[in-house]
Write a protein that binds this ligand. Structure first.
Ligand code: NI
Length: 214
């Protein structure tokens, strides 16, 4: 029980850290209660986040055939990594694993709601669009307006291997679409014009050189 208690404290601490204005934190840098309990037995680890440009961020990720203990561990690690960043979503390729798994928690006020979605797919999109200033943990401190469907219906496999479906709106809709894009090798800067995209990519190349020197 001590482990459970520590874990809940950890989630609460990180939850407060992400309580900053939405535009100031990254979409990409991610539990109803039962999902949280499913993760409690795993000792979660913060994994390094890949920075764009990286060939692993451009790959089409493989579907998950079965929810193994390793994949549950990966989901727990990704949530830990996302809360630590802090961010509201993270996709497996961002930690160098080219499998179809995303994690999210877009709750700003209220108890955290960490989610892990295996093989997520958009099965319906609204005609209404919404524009949101997006960021990405793999493209630190760069933000740009991206227009996407305002609401989407998503189907996925949960951490217990059960198929789930939910309609997302608001920040959740933006986040789930942004993260699913990652599984198809697509970044939010791919929605921008070539000049802006190149400018951001050059900044990231410079950042990576600086980080390599440290
Ligand atoms: Ni991202």
């Amino acid at each position: 029980m001590a482990g459970t208690f520590t874990r809940i404290i950890f989630l609460a601490r990180n939850f407060f850290r992400i309580c900053i204005p939405v535009s100031a934190f990254c979409i990409c840098p991610t539990i109803s209660c039962h999902i949280r309990l499913a993760f409690v037995n795993h000792r979660a680890m913060i994994r390094p986040i890949l920075i764009h440009p990286d060939p692993r961020l451009k790959k089409l990720c493989e579907p998950v055939a079965e929810i193994t203990a390793d994949l549950r561990q990966l989901a727990a690690d990704m949530l830990e990594t996302m809360y630590d960043a802090p961010g509201v979503g993270l996709a497996a390729p961002q930690v160098g694993v080219t499998k179809r798994l995303i994690v999210m928690d877009c709750i700003k006020d209220g108890p955290p709601e960490p989610m892990a979605l295996f093989n997520p797919e958009v099965i319906w999109s609204s005609e209404d669009l919404s524009t949101y200033e997006e960021g990405c943990l793999s493209i630190p401190e760069q933000y740009a307006d991206v227009k996407r469907p305002a609401e989407v219906q998503v189907r996925w496999i949960d951490v217990d291997g059960k198929t789930q479906e939910r309609q997302f709106a608001g920040l959740w809709a933006t986040c789930v679409q942004h993260e699913i894009d990652h599984l198809n090798g697509k970044l939010f800067i791919d929605y921008l014009g070539p000049l802006k995209r190149q400018m951001i990519t050059r900044k990231m190349e410079k950042l990576k050189r600086e980080l390599a020197r440290e």
